[in-house]
Write a new protein. Structure first.
Length: 304
């Protein structure tokens, strides 16, 4: 069932800024769609200036709620620019395709308004999703077979997730809280925060800050960072072992209760964190140039 609702909302505010700049008009076009599908189907998402909220459920259909928003000081211009955003959501064989992009006749026709698109997508549990986005944000929760993400200038927030994912990002911070499965991250100039992440995690990061709240057990981390300072947080009842290497940098334990042993070779440092002698490491964390700082923390109630 497809249902398209076009609504125009006039919103204005009056303050010091508006007195100087004029009224701001907000035009909105809302599109709502439903398609029958199962987790055997695939979904491809391609967005620009898109704020995406992707989740899963046990229903046998996919549901989309899309808002195209145009803001400008002239109401007619805001309304005209709204129609320059081409939204596509359709089925092609076994795949579903969503995209939004500008549709203009010439460079002179480019929008004058501030345009954004918000997308709420709910898909069957266990679906495979491929998505790209630029200049927006991505939020994901639920269970998926695989989620492939490629984004630029888009924050990524993943929580209460199960399944597998591949993430390639530039200039977009990543926050993960609650993850069970495999995750591969390639991040350039992006800060990364990971907490309550179990399973196999591979990270390649450069020119960003990393905060890793290591789980008590049931995890394997392989983290390689360059020009990216790492803050590693260890739980008080930590059961695993983590090997550390620091090239042209230092490993620093900031709590005497941390079971940390460090050896130095010139400008390089090696370390091991373990409460059990001879235990094989489940984590390999390596940094180049920037230091690794280790602290303790108390786990949340949902932490494994």
């Amino acid at each position: 069932m497809n249902r398209i609702i076009y609504t125009t909302v006039l919103a204005f505010f009056w303050c010091t800024w508006s007195m100087a700049q004029g009224l701001a008009y907000k035009e909105i076009k809302t599109i709502e769609k439903k398609y029958p599908c199962t987790n055997k189907n695939n979904l491809t998402i391609s967005g620009e200036r898109t704020y995406l909220n992707l989740s899963s459920w046990d229903e046998d259909y996919i549901k989309a709620s899309i808002n195209v928003i145009s803001k400008f000081t002239d109401k007619k211009q805001a309304s005209a620019d709204l129609e320059k955003v081409n939204v596509v959501f359709e089925k092609d064989g076994k795949s579903f395709i969503y995209s939004n992009a500008l549709r203009i006749k010439s460079p002179a026709d480019k929008p004058k308004s501030n345009i954004t698109v918000t997308v709420d997508l709910i898909v069957p549990h266990g679906m495979k999703v491929e998505l790209t986005n630029a200049f927006g944000a991505i939020e994901i929760s639920g269970g998926f077979k695989m989620v492939d993400i490629q984004s630029d200038f888009s924050a990524i927030n993943i929580y209460d997730f199960s399944g597998s994912s591949n993430i390639i990002t530039k200039y977009g911070d990543i926050t993960v809280d609650g993850y069970d499965g495999e995750m591969n991250i390639e991040a350039d100039r992006s800060n990364i925060t990971m907490e309550n992440v179990t399973g196999k995690t591979e990270v390649e990061a450069s020119y960003g800050e990393l905060e890793i709240f290591y789980p008590r057990r049931s995890a394997f981390y392989n983290v390689n960072a360059s020009y990216s300072p790492i803050s590693l947080y260890i739980q008080e009842d930590f059961e695993e072992a983590i090997a550390l290497t620091c090239k042209e940098c230092s490993i620093m334990g900031q709590d005497d209760s941390i079971p940390l042993k460090i050896s130095k070779e010139g400008e390089n440092s090696n370390g091991i964190i373990s409460n059990t002698k001879g235990k094989k490491p489940t984590g390999l964390i390596s940094s180049e140039i920037e230091n690794i700082k280790i602290k303790t923390y108390k786990r949340k109630s949902k932490t494994n």
